[in-house]
Write a protein of this length. Structure first.
Length: 400
């Protein structure tokens, strides 16, 4: 059964809405911040698996819009990269970013090495590493599409599975590690109650009423950036022979565009509102993930389940040891350092929402950490992508 573009788009929207409903109703899904399109998409994937294995019908959806939504999302990530925020984090932010960046290299090195030892394609080991761990479901689906296009069967499926396992592991292990470190070193918070409004990740001072014309200005900025980024990325790939996905070029051009917008803020009658940019990005990510999850073939995962579980388990052990014995010391061996490594476990295995949930759980019991709440979201929201994505592209080209 082949579904046309309109029907496929409708299903993607419904998959998201069903997932959002289930996340609100089921404690486990809400507790570990499982994204709504992942929940709905996996249900649809299980349904297609049952239909396929029962020899009743094989459902094929039209994923023509998936790449478009993916590029829009990564473009909004780049446009959200306000480097003015880096100054607020200072030296600790740079240290935390470097620690997270090294984790990306470490995860990918372990992933491809373990895959080779287990007798599977190194690129599948890569898909179970930083694309899924640090990149989350968005990174897993995006790079999975790229690696699937290179002829590596099941890359997206492996990435989505690893991202889901990592998301759960990040929420499960972050808290116990932080509690152990706090009790072992007798650490305490010396700060007054944390005012989240004072340290927003996004540099938005007020919520404005958006007109249709203003909305089209944002669309113009996003589509221009997408067009220029994909064009430049294509030229770069042709000249260098290096595989550079369209969304990577779009994201880096978006960072340049955002920097120029900030620099000319006093010269143009336009104030870039990150709230609007983020909402466009959130909708695009939701639809992109819905398409990605709906189209995965779970029957491709049968022979890879054990190797992928092993690789993810190694990542969990390594990040715990790395944060406890290395990152904690680099960040100052204090309470703020513990809250930050708690966040790094969440974002290094799952995603930024998991990092924030981890920190909320610890600070609500042991005291606040303004430093952690400033640094972890800034790095997790956009800075780590600036490092992680080129690292992944390097590994793809190295093992292609």
């Amino acid at each position: 059964m082949e579904l046309n573009l309109v029907t496929s788009l409708f299903l993607a929207v419904m998959v998201y809405l069903i997932g959002a409903y289930l996340v609100k109703k089921i404690y486990f899904l809400d507790r570990y911040s499982i994204p709504a399109p992942v929940v709905g998409g996996l249900l649809f994937a299980v349904f297609t698996l049952i239909m396929h294995t029962s020899n009743l019908v094989t459902i094929t959806i039209d994923t023509s819009l998936q790449s478009l939504f993916m590029i829009i999302f990564f473009t909004t990530v780049g446009l959200g990269a306000s480097f003015k925020l880096i100054k607020l984090g200072g030296k600790l932010l740079i240290i935390y970013l470097l620690a997270a960046s090294f984790l990306s290299v470490l995860q990918n090195t372990l992933g491809v090495s373990l895959a080779s030892l287990l007798g599977i394609d190194p690129l599948l080991g890569l898909m179970a590493s930083s694309p899924a761990m640090i990149g989350g479901h968005g990174g897993a689906a995006a790079f999975g599409e790229t690696i699937d296009g290179l002829g590596v069967q099941g890359a997206t499926t492996v990435g989505i599975a690893a991202a889901t396992l990592g998301l759960i592991a990040g929420g499960v292990f972050g808290g116990p590690v932080a509690r152990y470190m706090i009790n072992r070193h007798n650490l305490k918070s010396n700060e007054p109650a944390f005012d989240a409004g004072e340290y927003e990740v996004q540099d938005v001072k007020k919520e404005s009423k958006l007109t249709i014309d203003q909305f089209f200005i944002y669309l113009a900025i996003i589509t221009f950036t997408m067009a220029l980024g994909t064009y430049i990325g294509g030229i770069f790939s042709d000249l260098s022979g290096v595989i550079l996905p369209d969304y990577v070029g779009a994201m880096f051009v978006a960072i340049v565009v955002r920097t120029l917008l900030d620099a000319s803020q006093d010269k143009v009658p336009f104030d870039f509102d990150t709230t609007v940019n983020d909402k466009i990005g959130a909708v695009s990510l939701g639809l992109f993930l819905s398409f990605a999850l709906m189209s995965i073939k779970l029957w491709e995962l049968a022979d890879l389940a054990l190797p992928i579980l092993l690789i993810v388990s190694v990542h969990v052990i390594v990040i715990i040891l790395y944060t406890m014995f290395v990152v904690y010391r680099l960040l100052g061996k204090n309470y703020d350092a513990v809250v930050m490594i708690n966040g790094l476990i969440g974002s290094g295995l799952g995603a930024t929402p998991t990092a924030m949930a981890n920190m909320d759980a610890i600070t609500s019991k042991f005291g606040d950490s303004k430093t952690a709440y400033l640094i972890v979201p800034i790095v997790g929201a956009f800075l780590i992508d600036i490092i992680n994505i080129p690292v992944i592209v390097f590994f793809i080209n190295l093992f292609n």
